[in-house]
Design a protein around this ligand. Sequence first.
Ligand SMILES: [Zn+2]
Length: 246
Amino acid sequence: MAFAWPEGKRCAVSLSFDDARPSQLDAGVPLFAEYGVHASFYVLPCNVEKRIEDWRAAAAAGHELGNHTMSHPCSGNFAFSRENALEGYTLARMERELLECNRCIETLCGVTPHTFAYPCGQTYVGRGPDTRSYVPLVAKHFLAGRGFPNECANAPAFMDLAQSAGCSFDQLPFDALRKMIETAGGEGGWLVLAGHDIGGEDRHQTVHTDALRALCEFAMHPANGIWMDTVSNVASYIREWQEHER
Ligand SMILES: [Zn+2]
């Protein structure tokens, strides 16, 4: 049977934001409430601790809290990660960190993360001949793992949920976002957008409030045939179909 989205929708769109930055609570959550949009937040426990009540309220309002590791390890080519570099990691250490992050989010917010976002979109540990992919760990412990920054929507009947493509939408105007959604619509795809801060200024790693507002309005308009939901909810639907139909 061919893959079909629920209720005759043309495509699915998920909004995701990384690192539990304060602007997501201050500018994002109130905007999403206006449009009835549920987003996925890939949080770092060290940032959740600074605003525990607000993150609990976001979860209670239907937003997803996902795992983004404890210490955000990336390549040591990023100066901020030189002392905590993936090149120096092992799979065992990464698995401990993934599980510890889940436990922390459960303790702090009372919800269990079902999906994961790779810090800096990087999926390896080690270096040279000892390099290993940690995608299998993500596949073992999570419904889905979101990459970054990728260039296309996901093909639901084919995709590997452990490597769900995530397209950056930091600094993008609504026109560019609408084109991405139209392309996903034409292919019946799942577009996962990934951003960081949310605000009115043209700053690095910031989703513009105006673009986000226009995007929510467009995606929630029934005539546009878009299923806008969290990564977890869309991934559950895809997994169900892949398990039974593929
Ligand atoms: Zn991050």
